[in-house]
Write a protein that binds this ligand. Sequence first.
Ligand SMILES: [Zn+2]
Length: 318
Amino acid sequence: MYYIGMDLGGSSIKAGLVTDNGSIVFKKKKMTRVSEGSIIVMNDMAMLVEEMLEESELDGREIRGLGVGIPGAAREDGFVYFATNIFWTNVQLGKELSQMTDKSVHVANDATMAAVAEHTLGITKDAANSVFVTLGTGLGGGVILNHQVYSGSHGIGTEIGHMVVGHNADYDCTCGNNGCWETFASGTAMKNHAHRLLEQGEKSILTSAIEDENGVISTNLLFEGAREGDDVCLTVVNRMTRYLAVGIANLINIFDPEVIALGGGISASSDFFMNDLKAMVAERIYVKTMNVTRIEASKLGNDAGIIGAAMYAKSREG
Ligand SMILES: [Zn+2]
């Protein structure tokens, strides 16, 4: 038996045929035609399914279900409340795609799918309880409790990036609140913080570096600068690390997980801040004598979204 995993992102729709145990046997992607609207995008998704079956010469009856990770909030039945960066609100993704493909469709947030992939093949594999934190442009997460995805009573829980951890003087969150975790610990947070420090006239190697990049500060540039001992870059990385620790300590206090896995683009630089992070978490957890939750960087690559979505479909098909 096979499952189809799809990762719907702002720039591309990635899809794969995945075996029972999480191996991808065929994959294909299409550009996300965001400006054409949700119906066209869903049509493209259905086309991807059809093309993959044709090109892989797999019998469609061998496909048991289709999982889709979306960059937003969705209900268990596949109703998408919103997906901000693809401009969707109230889209019947599950129902429409199921009709178009004649397969059962299971939809969840992309960070939840990444958590499922990690639990199938990665560092949270043997853990009954774990939290996956995606640290990229924004901050998302997925929670596994008793080896099952936990997403609340309506499928909209575990939006860990929007737990409020302070007052952010730099900017409001895209959700409309102020002080969400992702406004302190994410690539966007780091860039905004760096811009403010530079505007205040702080001297930094960033000033000439960003001129070469047409004014764009990348998180890679910030980590490179921090490794070279640049004060502004170090201030930015240290504040991000401190707030990452605040949120992780909250998650440990709430869930008492065996492992917290860090994924997303910034986790690739976690060797630089992991020791500081662990020390800052240890200072902040409630039961300080029980500093036992492992914090580790994910080693899964770009296909985690596809694998996770397929394995989510498998768990829902039973
Ligand atoms: Zn928010």
